[in-house]
Design a protein around this ligand. Structure first.
Ligand code: SF4
Ligand code: SF4
Length: 414
């Protein structure tokens, strides 16, 4: 069997997934999901009650504050149930599940015959920066347009409401010729009604840079309670919203190993509705956030998240959770993708990117996304460099247990 350049093949990968699951490294949400059936009872949480909705900046699109991040879901019934409950904005991407994620969304919309009621957001990656340096603008544009056409075909539609340039961490990419010409063409031809970008890393700088450009209608950014003291990010978001850019929040529920790595939060908080609802409410109580895209993967999580759309008041338990010094201390173990550990590996490994890849595998149970995140790392800066390193020197500026997470990632690929 042929080995890939990063040292593993499909059989290794599948074996590893099995052993990781068996070892209990994955949470409950990572059990096979496609087989889940929608519960018969409770067709909708609090039927008849209208969700809080907000307008997505100058797009004029009004959506409930809770939308669906489809990335980790593989069950069309969950997408369908979300729509039935009132979710209208569905977020997917060209790269999710090698296109199957978009196909699933497209299939549900077709079945429901309700295209005009869906707000579809998809994301197209601009390509790896080091490869783009060698590509001419024309080629960059052609590749972007070709990927977007694939997205439309999978979604079985002739347009999307929101097209994001996927995963921007360097503001230079926002002005890269080829990408700019591609998105301008798509907007002009109405194949993409609104243009934006998504950002997980260096968010404040990217958002700040985007505001005066005037090109972007929507920005999808990481924001959660662990970033409550990130003033540059919050200020940049406020500025963007004031300029009419619709802000969509992701990674709202801090789904990372922080609670498992620290006993400080108390075991009662490690799973369950209080954590999810409190953190989602915190993000949505930022009035400059238009909507959030929690990546729920079970019907129970959908119910929990949807109830947030109906009422943003904290319950006593949620308020207690957020105010708990133990929880606040433990949240230091949430990777904010600040890049602070970037230079801490003596061998030049891209540590933040590996921590992010770890999150996809160990916390989301999304191995294709982990693989994609790792494949985006430039050659010579990925996990293979760690193979013979006995003692990890990489360190977080907060309290993320980087060495432990990288060791887990190494175990996956061992
Ligand atoms: S591990 Fe720590 S230093 Fe590194 S990106 Fe995450 S929060 Fe920043
Ligand atoms: S394991 Fe070694 S090579 Fe890998 S990030 Fe840590 S210090 Fe760098």
């Amino acid at each position: 069997m042929q080995k890939k350049k990063n040292g593993y093949n499909r059989r290794d990968f599948l074996t590893t997934v099995g052993s990781i699951a068996a070892a209990g490294l994955l949470g409950k949400a990572e059990l096979p999901l496609g087989a889940q059936k929608a519960p018969e009872a409770e067709k909708a949480a609090e039927p008849g009650k209208k969700p809080i909705s907000r307008v997505l900046g100058k797009t004029g699109i009004r959506v409930p504050i809770v939308s669906m991040g489809v990335m980790n879901a593989d069950n069309p019934a969950l997408v369908k149930r979300s729509f039935e409950m009132g979710v209208r904005h569905f977020d997917t991407a060209w790269g999710y599940q090698k296109g199957r994620n978009e196909e699933m969304v497209g299939g549900v919309i077709k079945e429901l015959k309700a295209r005009d009621q869906f707000v579809i957001a998809t994301k197209v990656p601009p390509g790896r920066p080091e490869l783009m340096d060698q590509m001419g603008d024309k080629l960059v544009e052609e590749e972007f347009l070709s990927r977007f056409d694939q997205s439309l075909a999978r979604l079985q539609t002739d347009h999307v409401e929101i097209l994001y340039i996927h995963n921007i961490s360097d503001p230079k990419m926002l002005t890269r010729a080829g990408i700019v010409s591609a998105v301008d063409k798509l907007k002009k031809t109405k194949k993409a009604t609104h243009i934006g970008f998504s950002t997980h890393r260096n968010m404040a700088e990217c958002i700040e840079a985007a505001v005066p450009m005037g090109r972007f209608d929507v920005i999808l950014t990481s924001i959660n309670y662990a970033m409550a003291d990130d003033k540059p990010l919050l200020e940049a978001m406020k500025k963007a919203a004031a300029a009419g850019i619709g802000l969509v929040a992701m990674k709202t529920q801090c789904k990372q190993a922080w609670s498992k790595e620290s006993g400080a939060a108390g075991p009662e908080y490690h799973e369950g509705a209080v954590w999810h609802a409190a953190l989602l409410k915190w993000a949505l109580r930022l009035d400059f956030v238009a909507t959030a895209i929690p990546g729920y993967t079970t019907f129970q999580q959908l119910e929990t998240d949807w109830l947030v759309a109906l009422n943003l008041e904290y319950t006593p338990d949620e308020a207690k959770f957020l105010a708990s010094p133990g929880v606040q201390l433990a949240l230091g173990g949430v990777c904010r993708q600040c890049g602070g550990c970037a230079g801490s590996c003596p061998r030049g490994v891209d540590v933040p990117a590996l921590v992010r890849a770890h999150m996809y595998a160990a916390d989301y149970g999304n191995f294709p996304e982990m693989r994609r995140a790792m494949e985006e790392i430039p050659a010579g800066r990925g996990l293979t460099v760690c193979a013979d390193c006995r003692q990890c020197a990489a360190a977080c500026v907060r309290r993320v247990q980087v060495a432990r997470r990288l060791a887990e990632l190494k175990a996956i690929f061992a």
